[in-house]
Design a protein around this ligand. Structure first.
Ligand code: SF4
Ligand code: SF4
Length: 109
């Protein structure tokens, strides 16, 4: 007879005990690949920021050509970037295939 616990008896996993605590966790330590910004090709559509599950795409305020203020991609926060590559895959400039606004390289730790 099996002594293994059933799924109903196992302790719950993935429980967040403290609200708003994600900022403390260095999810970047999981990374084996990392995105690299190529700002000269970036159209600042912010798709990478929307898709990033770790909120690791850092934005900054700037001016658009008509003088209004808007957000621009500044850099990647490597403390939180876990290297999942979603931003690289979803970038519309990358999808066009001529140049890369976000490269993806091995992370030499
Ligand atoms: S998805 Fe690509 S083009 Fe859009 S802001 Fe991010 S890096 Fe720039
Ligand atoms: S690789 Fe993943 S975690 Fe890192 S910035 Fe891109 S979407 Fe965010």
């Amino acid at each position: 007879m099996s002594t293994l616990k059933t799924w109903q008896e196992l302790p719950h996993g993935g429980v967040i005990l403290e609200a708003g605590s994600a900022a403390k966790y260095e999810t970047g330590s999981w990374r084996t690949w990392k995105p690299i910004t190529h700002r000269e090709h970036c159209i600042h559509c912010l798709a990478c920021w929307e898709y990033c599950p770790e909120d690791a795409i850092v934005l900054e305020d700037g001016q658009d050509p008509s003088g209004g203020t808007r957000k621009f991609v500044k850099e990647v926060n490597y403390f939180h970037c876990k290297g999942c590559g979603l931003c690289v895959r979803e970038c519309p400039v990358n999808k066009e295939g001529k140049v890369q606004a976000l490269g993806f390289v091995r992370d030499e730790v």
